[in-house]
Design a protein around this ligand. Structure first.
Ligand code: 5GP
Ligand code: ZN
Length: 114
C-alpha cells in the first residue's frame, strides 16, 4: 500500500528503530512511547484492521504474539508482566491502518484501559 506509513517502514522509505525482523513480520519501537518499553509488531502483509483479517491470516496474526512474547522476555518483562493490544478503528484509537500489536511494559498498567 503506497500510502501506508507502516508499509513505508517495511520498505525502508521511513526510518524506524527495528528490533526484530523475520520473513513475515517486523517489530520496531514506537515513536511516541507510552511506557518504558513500547514496541509495535506488524506483519509484512498489509492488513488494514482486525476487521480485514481472513482465515488465511490466522497463522500470521497468531505468530505476532510469539514475537511479542520473545521481545517481552528480551526486554525483561516476562515475570513482571506486560500488555499486548491491537486497536481496531478510530473509536478504539487506531491511527495507522496496518494492523500492529502494541507491546507495553516496564511500568504498572491500569485496567480497564481508557
Ligand atoms: P494505533 O494508534 O494505530 O493503535 O498505533 C499507531 C502507533 O504508531 C502509535 O502508537 C504511534 O505513536 C506510532 N507511530 C506513528 N507514526 C510512527 C512512526 O513514524 N514511527 C514509529 N516508530 N511509530 C509511529
Ligand atoms: Zn501497510
Amino acid at each position: 500500500m503506497s500510502d501506508c506509513l507502516f508499509c513505508k517502514i517495511l520498505e525502508g522509505e521511513i526510518p524506524a528503530d527495528i528490533i526484530y525482523e523475520s520473513e513475515t513480520a517486523i517489530a520496531f519501537r514506537d515513536i511516541n512511547p507510552q511506557a518504558p518499553t513500547h514496541v509495535l509488531i506488524i506483519p509484512r502483509r498489509h492488513i488494514a484492521t482486525i476487521n480485514d483479517i481472513t482465515p488465511d491470516d490466522e497463522k500470521l496474526v497468531g505468530s505476532l504474539y510469539s514475537v511479542a512474547k520473545e521481545i517481552a522476555a528480551t526486554e525483561g518483562h516476562a515475570e513482571d508482566g506486560y500488555r499486548v493490544v491491537m486497536n481496531c478503528n478510530e473509536g478504539a484509537g487506531q491511527s495507522v491502518f496496518h494492523i500492529h500489536l502494541h507491546l507495553l511494559g516496564g511500568r504498572g498498567l491500569g485496567w480497564p484501559p481508557g
